[in-house]
Write a protein that binds this ligand. Structure first.
Ligand SMILES: *[C@@H]1O[C@H](CO)[C@@H](O)[C@H](O)[C@H]1NC(C)=O
Ligand SMILES: *[C@@H]1O[C@H](CO)[C@@H](O)[C@H](O)[C@H]1NC(C)=O
Ligand SMILES: *[C@@H]1O[C@H](CO)[C@@H](O)[C@H](O)[C@H]1NC(C)=O
Ligand SMILES: *[C@@H]1O[C@H](CO)[C@@H](O)[C@H](O)[C@H]1NC(C)=O
Ligand SMILES: *[C@@H]1O[C@H](CO)[C@@H](O)[C@H](O)[C@H]1NC(C)=O
Ligand SMILES: *[C@@H]1O[C@H](CO)[C@@H](O)[C@H](O)[C@H]1NC(C)=O
Ligand SMILES: *[C@@H]1O[C@H](CO)[C@@H](O)[C@H](O)[C@H]1NC(C)=O
Ligand SMILES: *[C@@H]1O[C@H](CO)[C@@H](O)[C@H](O)[C@H]1NC(C)=O
Ligand SMILES: *[C@@H]1O[C@H](CO)[C@@H](O)[C@H](O)[C@H]1NC(C)=O
Ligand SMILES: *[C@@H]1O[C@H](CO)[C@@H](O)[C@H](O)[C@H]1NC(C)=O
Ligand SMILES: *[C@@H]1O[C@H](CO)[C@@H](O)[C@H](O)[C@H]1NC(C)=O
Ligand SMILES: *[C@@H]1O[C@H](CO)[C@@H](O)[C@H](O)[C@H]1NC(C)=O
Length: 843
C-alpha cells in the first residue's frame, strides 16, 4: 500500500473543496437536482445543442456518444448495445443467453442478476448507458427479435422489465428500455423508399394501455428508468419519436418520466419541431452519419433555426439538456465516472456462472414421455449425439451486432460435456453430424462453378429492374466481392442477380447458406431454395444457378451483399448417422434456427433446412429420441408425436454445454416455463404483415388470450414447462378485505412436491373477469417460483392489488374497476389450471 503523507491529503482536500465551491455541480453533498441545475446554468447554447445529438460513433466503445466537458468535471455519456450482453462486436465479454431465457426462468431475481451483470460488463467497457432491456410484447412469434424480448404477456414482461432496469441501475449504469411503442415486426421497419414510410401500427387505446404499454409504465414508475428509446415504426399515424400522445401526454405527463427519450438509430427521427415538441430529447446518431443515408440531421443546425424562429422555446432546450444529464447525476456517474475502454476484459467467472445458471433455470422441458429424461448409465449405457448444434458451432446468440459477437468466446459445447460425463459414468457417448447446423457454410469455391465463376448484374434499385448499372464476372459470391463503387455511394440502394452453373462434386443432400443482409433468393434449376435450403444433387450434373439479391434498406451493420456457402452432399454422413441411431439406447438430436434482428422469420415457424426430416428419420431408427432446440421463438414440430422428449434451450449463451449436461443428467431438474405459446400450425399465430398499414385487428387477443378465446389448441401453452418431479396444489382460498377497498386480494394454496426429486415449480395466478369487462377468458396477474424437496410442501400467498385488476375505459380515458364476479385461478400453465375460486368484488 502506498502511504500518502498527511500534508498531501490536506492539500488535495483543499483543492477539492475549492474546486467544488466553484463547481457546485460536483459537490456530492448537494441534492442531484440542485447539482443538475447548477451545471446547466454554466452551459451556453452551443454547448447545449451539442449535447442533444451524437458526437461521433465508434468513439471508444460507444455506439452513441454525448460529450461531457472534462474542464467542468463532467464525463461523456457512452451508450452501447445491448440486451444480451456487450454487443457491437466487442471482445472479451460474456456471451450471455438471450433475454427470452431470463423470461423463461419466471424468476425476477435471475433477471435482476442478469441486469447487474450486463451493467458491470458495459461499465467495464466504458459504457454508462445500457441500451436494454427490450420490452416489446411478442405479438407474433415470427418477430425477428423474439429472443431479445421477454413475452407475449404484459404482466410477465412488466415484472421482467422492472427487475432488469433495477438490476442495471443498481450498478450505476443508465438503463434504456426499448422500443416505445408497438414495435412488433422488423418487416418494413425502416420503411419503403423513396419516402421511407415505415410500418404504421394501428392499435386502439385500450389495447395499447392493457397490452403494449404496461411494461414501459412499470419500467418508468417502478424501475425508475433513466431513459427510453422510441421506435422506428409509426403508431396510429405518427412516428413514435414525434408522437405527442405517446411521449408527451402518456410517458411524461401521465407516467411522470423525468429521464431522456433517445431515438432509435439512423431512421427514427423524422422532424425537428415535431419531434422536439412531442418529447424527443436525443436524436441518434446525428450529423454526417444520418446524412449519409439520405436523411437530414434534424437536430444540429435545424434545431438552432427552430429556436431562432420561435418554433421551439429555449426552455425546451434546457429541459432536454436537463433530461440528458439528470440520471447521470442521480445514479452516480458524475461522481464515479466509468473508466473502462473497448479492449477491457470484462468476462468474469461469476458472469459465466450466471450464464450457466440462466440456462439451467430457463430451459423449458416441453415433453418427457415415460420419464425419458433424465439420462443415467442404468437407463442408457449407449448414447448417440447428433447435430452441429451439439458442438462449439451451437447457435448460442443472434448474429446481429446488437447481440454479443465475440471472437474470443469459447462455447462450452454440449458434446464435450456429455462425453466427459459419459467417461466418468461408464456410458458410451458417440457423435454423428447428421446435419451440418445452421451456421455459415464454406463459400462456394470457383471450382464448383462452370467457367470458374458467375455473372453478376447490378441495379441501383431494390427490385432488379430498370437500367443495368454494371455487370461483372465474379469467381465466388461473397460480401467482399460487392463493387465498392456501389456500396460507397449514398444512399445505398441496389440489387444484384447472379447467374451461373453449379457443378456438384458428389451425389447427396446439399445444404446452402445465404449469409448477409437484405433479401436473397437462390434458385437451382429454376426451383427456389430457401435460406439454409437443401437440394438433392447428382455428381457430374450441371445445375443452373440464379441468386437474386437486394440489399433493400437493411443498413444495420455496415456490411452489404450476400455470401453463398455450401455444405457438399455426402451420403456417408447419412449412413453413419443411421447406424449410430440404431446402435444407441437413446438419441439426442440438437437442432436450431438462425434468426436475427432485421429479418422476421421468412420460413414461418419451421426449422430451417431438412432438420424436420432428419429428426423424423433418426427417431424412427432410435429406441428413444430427445430433441434439444436452440431457437429464437416457437417452432413447429411435425415430428413431435414420434419423439420422446423435447427441451427448448433458446439461444443459450456460451455456457450451454455445462448447463445442458446438468439438466439432461438430472443434477438439476428443469424449471423453465414458456413465456410464449407454441402453436400447432403457423396460421394459428398472429402473422407479420408486408403492408405498411398494420391494423392490430386481434386487439387484446394476443398469445394465450387468443387460444383461450378461440378454443384452438396450441402445441404447448403459455406457462408450460415440465420438471423431473410432480407437484400438487391444494386448499385454495381467495380472500379480499372489502373494508379496505384499496387492498390486495390474497390467493393462497399449498404447493407440494409429490414426486421423487427436488424440483422447482412456478405457481401461476390467472384472473377471469366479469363478462361486462370484455376481457379475454383469463389474464396472468401473479406468479411465484418455488423450490421444494421431494415430499416438501409450502403455503403460497399470491397477492394481486385491485388497481392491477382495472381495465382501460376508452370513454373516460382512464383505468376503471368493473364490479362483479372475478374468477381466481391457480395452475402450472395457462392450459393447466388446478384450482379456482370466485369472488364478488365491488370498488
Ligand atoms: C460557448 O462556449 C464555447 C466554448 O467556450 C465557444 O466555443 C462557443 O462559441 C460559445 N457559444 C456561444 C453561443 O457563446
Ligand atoms: C466531440 O468529441 C471529441 C473527442 O472526444 C472532443 O474533442 C470534442 O470536443 C467533442 N465535440 C463536442 C461538440 O463536444
Ligand atoms: C468546457 O467548458 C468550458 C467552460 O464553459 C469551455 O471553455 C470549454 O470550451 C468546454 N470544452 C468543450 C470541449 O466543450
Ligand atoms: C406537452 O404537452 C403540454 C400540455 O399539452 C404542452 O404544454 C407542452 O408544450 C408539450 N410538449 C412538451 C415537449 O412538453
Ligand atoms: C423554423 O425552423 C425549423 C428548422 O429549420 C423549420 O423546420 C420550421 O419550419 C421553421 N418554422 C418557421 C415557422 O419558420
Ligand atoms: C482481450 O483482453 C486481453 C486482456 O485480458 C487483451 O490483451 C486483448 O487485447 C483483448 N482482446 C481483444 C480482442 O479485445
Ligand atoms: C473469392 O474470390 C476472390 C477473387 O475474386 C478470392 O480472392 C477469394 O479468396 C475467394 N474466396 C473464397 C472463399 O473462395
Ligand atoms: C423498382 O424500384 C424503383 C425505384 O424505387 C421504382 O421506381 C420502380 O417502380 C420499381 N419497379 C417495380 C417493378 O417495382
Ligand atoms: C452506378 O452506380 C453508382 C452508385 O450509385 C453511380 O455512381 C454510377 O454512376 C452508376 N453507373 C451507371 C452506369 O449507372
Ligand atoms: C462425408 O462424411 C463423412 C462422415 O461424416 C466424412 O468422414 C467424410 O470426410 C465426408 N466426405 C466428404 C467428401 O465430405
Ligand atoms: C431465483 O433466482 C435467485 C437468484 O439467482 C436464486 O437465488 C433463487 O434460488 C431462485 N429461485 C428459484 C425458486 O429458483
Ligand atoms: C361498484 O360497487 C361499489 C360498492 O358497492 C359502488 O360504490 C360503485 O358505485 C359500483 N360501481 C358501479 C360502476 O356500479
Amino acid at each position: 500500500m502506498r502511504v500518502i503523507p498527511r500534508s498531501l491529503f490536506a492539500i488535495s482536500a483543499i483543492i477539492t473543496t475549492v474546486f467544488a465551491a466553484q463547481h457546485p455541480w460536483l459537490d456530492a453533498s448537494l441534492a442531484f437536482e440542485e447539482r443538475l441545475l447548477a451545471f446547466i446554468g454554466t452551459l451556453n447554447d452551443t454547448q447545449k445543442y451539442a449535447m442533444l445529438t451524437d458526437n461521433g460513433t465508434g468513439v471508444n466503445a460507444c455506439i452513441g456518444h454525448i460529450s461531457g466537458n472534462s474542464t467542468l468535471g463532467i464525463p461523456d455519456i457512452c451508450m452501447g448495445d445491448g440486451p444480451a450482453g456487450v454487443g457491437n462486436s466487442l471482445n472479451n465479454v460474456t456471451t450471455f443467453p438471450a433475454p427470452v431465457v431470463a423470461a423463461s426462468t419466471w424468476n425476477t431475481s435471475v433477471q435482476y442478476a442478469y441486469g447487474q451483470a450486463l451493467a458491470q460488463e458495459h461499465l467495464g467497457k466504458g459504457r454508462n448507458v445500457v441500451l436494454a432491456p427490450t420490452i416489446n410484447i411478442l405479438r407474433s412469434p415470427l418477430w425477428a427479435r423474439a429472443a431479445e424480448t421477454f413475452s407475449e404477456d404484459p404482466w410477465l414482461t412488466a415484472r421482467m422489465a422492472v427487475a432488469g432496469v433495477k438490476g442495471i441501475q443498481s450498478q450505476g449504469a443508465l438503463a434504456c428500455p426499448k422500443h416505445l411503442a408497438a414495435y412488433n415486426q422488423d418487416t418494413n421497419r425502416f420503411g419503403i423508399g423513396p419516402d421511407w414510410v415505415t410500418v404504421d401500427a394501428q392499435v386502439d387505446r385500450r389495447v395499447l394501455h392493457e397490452l403494449y404499454l404496461p411494461a414501459f409504465k412499470a419500467a418508468v414508475q417502478e424501475g425508475d428508468a433513466a431513459s427510453i428509446m422510441c421506435s422506428y415504426n409509426r403508431l396510429n399515424g405518427y412516428f413514435t419519436c414525434e408522437n405527442d400522445w405517446l411521449l408527451n401526454q402518456t410517458l411524461r405527463q401521465d407516467w411522470g418520466f423525468k429521464g431522456f427519450v433517445v431515438a432509435d438509430w439512423y431512421f427514427s427521427t423524422r422532424s425537428t419541431v415535431g419531434a422536439v415538441m412531442a418529447g424527443l430529447d436525443i436524436s441518434m446518431p446525428g450529423g454526417d452519419l444520418t446524412e449519409s443515408y439520405g436523411f437530414p440531421d434534424y437536430y444540429g443546425e435545424l434545431l438552432v433555426d427552430a429556436v431562432q424562429n420561435s418554433s421551439v422555446p429555449s426552455a425546451r432546450i434546457d429541459d432536454m439538456v436537463a433530461r440528458v444529464w439528470r440520471y447521470m447525476f442521480k445514479l452516480g456517474q458524475i461522481d464515479n465516472p466509468v473508466a473502462g475502454d473497448s479492449i477491457a476484459h470484462v468476462r468474469t467467472q461469476a458472469h459465466l456462472d450466471l450464464a450457466q445458471q440462466m440456462v439451467e433455470d430457463g430451459s423449458v422441458l416441453l415433453k418427457n414421455a415415460e420419464s425419458t429424461l433424465p439420462l443415467s448409465s442404468a437407463k442408457y449405457p449407449k448414447i448417440a449425439i447428433f447435430g452441429m448444434d451439439a458442438t462449439t458451432e451451437a447457435q448460442v446468440s443472434e448474429n446481429h451486432g446488437g447481440f454479443v459477437i465475440d471472437s474470443t468466446m469459447v462455447v462450452q459445447a454440449p458434446l464435450e460435456a456429455l462425453q466427459r460425463r459419459g467417461a466418468a459414468e461408464n456410458i458410451s457417448v458417440k457423435y454423428a453430424e447428421a446435419y451440418p447446423g445452421t451456421g455459415q457454410f464454406p463459400t462456394i469455391p470457383s471450382s464448383m462453378f462452370k467457367d470458374g465463376g458467375v455473372q453478376a448484374t447490378y441495379y441501383t434499385n431494390t427490385n432488379l429492374t430498370g437500367p443495368v448499372n454494371q455487370t461483372e464476372f465474379v469467381r465466388n459470391i461473397t460480401m467482399a466481392s460487392y463493387p465498392s463503387a456501389l456500396w460507397q455511394s449514398w444512399p445505398q440502394v441496389f440489387s444484384t442477380i447472379y447467374e451461373g452453373t453449379f457443378l456438384p462434386s458428389t451425389t447427396g443432400t446439399y445444404h446452402f447458406s445465404l449469409y448477409g443482409q437484405g433479401t436473397a433468393l437462390l434458385y437451382l434449376d429454376g426451383a427456389l431454395v430457401a435460406n439454409m435450403g437443401v437440394a438433392q444433387l447428382e455428381a457430374g450434373s450441371e445445375v443452373p444457378l440464379v441468386l437474386k439479391y437486394d440489399m433493400g434498406y437493411s443498413l444495420s451493420t455496415g456490411a452489404y451483399g450476400v455470401t453463398l456457402g455450401v455444405d457438399v452432399g455426402n451420403a456417408t454422413r447419412d449412413a453413419e448417422a443411421d447406424a449410430l441411431a440404431q446402435w444407441a439406447d437413446v438419441s439426442i438430436i440438437f437442432v436450431s434456427d438462425r434468426i436475427s434482428e432485421g429479418a422476421d422469420s421468412g420460413l414461418g415457424l419451421s426449422l430451417p433446412g431438412d432438420q424436420d426430416a432428419v429428426i423424423a428419420r433418426l427417431s424412427a431408427l432410435s429406441k428413444k429420441t430427445v430433441v434439444v432446440l436452440n431457437t429464437n421463438s416457437a417452432v413447429l414440430m411435425p415430428w413431435e408425436g414420434s419423439v420422446d422428449a423435447v427441451l427448448e434451450a433458446w439461444y443459450s449463451g456460451q455456457q450451454v454445454g455445462l448447463a445442458l449436461e446438468r439438466l439432461l443428467f438430472g443434477d438439476v431438474s428443469p424449471s423453465g416455463k414458456l413465456p410464449l405459446t407454441f402453436p400447432r400450425a403457423l396460421e394459428d399465430a398472429v402473422q407479420i404483415s408486408n403492408a405498411v398499414d398494420v391494423p392490430y385487428s386481434e386487439g387484446l387477443y394476443v398469445g394465450y388470450r387468443a387460444y383461450d378465446a378461440s378454443g384452438v389448441e396450441p402445441l404447448y401453452t403459455f406457462g408450460h414447462g415440465l420438471t423431473y418431479s410432480n407437484f400438487s396444489l391444494n386448499s385454495m382460498t381467495a380472500t379480499w378485505d372489502d373494508n379496505n377497498r384499496s387492498g390486495d386480494v390474497s390467493v393462497k394454496a399449498t404447493l407440494e412436491n409429490v414426486g421423487p426429486v427436488e424440483a422447482r415449480q412456478v405457481v401461476q395466478l390467472y384472473v377471469g373477469y366479469p363478462e361486462q369487462a370484455e376481457e379475454p377468458p383469463k389474464l396472468l396477474k401473479g406468479f411465484e417460483k418455488i423450490a421444494l424437496h421431494a415430499g416438501e410442501s409450502k403455503l403460497v400467498d399470491l397477492r394481486v392489488n385491485t388497481d392491477d385488476l382495472k381495465v382501460w375505459d376508452v370513454s373516460v380515458e382512464d383505468w376503471v374497476f368493473v364490479n362483479g364476479t372475478y374468477n381466481f385461478m391457480l395452475g402450472f400453465s395457462a392450459g393447466d389450471i388446478r384450482l379456482h375460486q370466485e369472488l364478488e368484488l365491488r370498488m
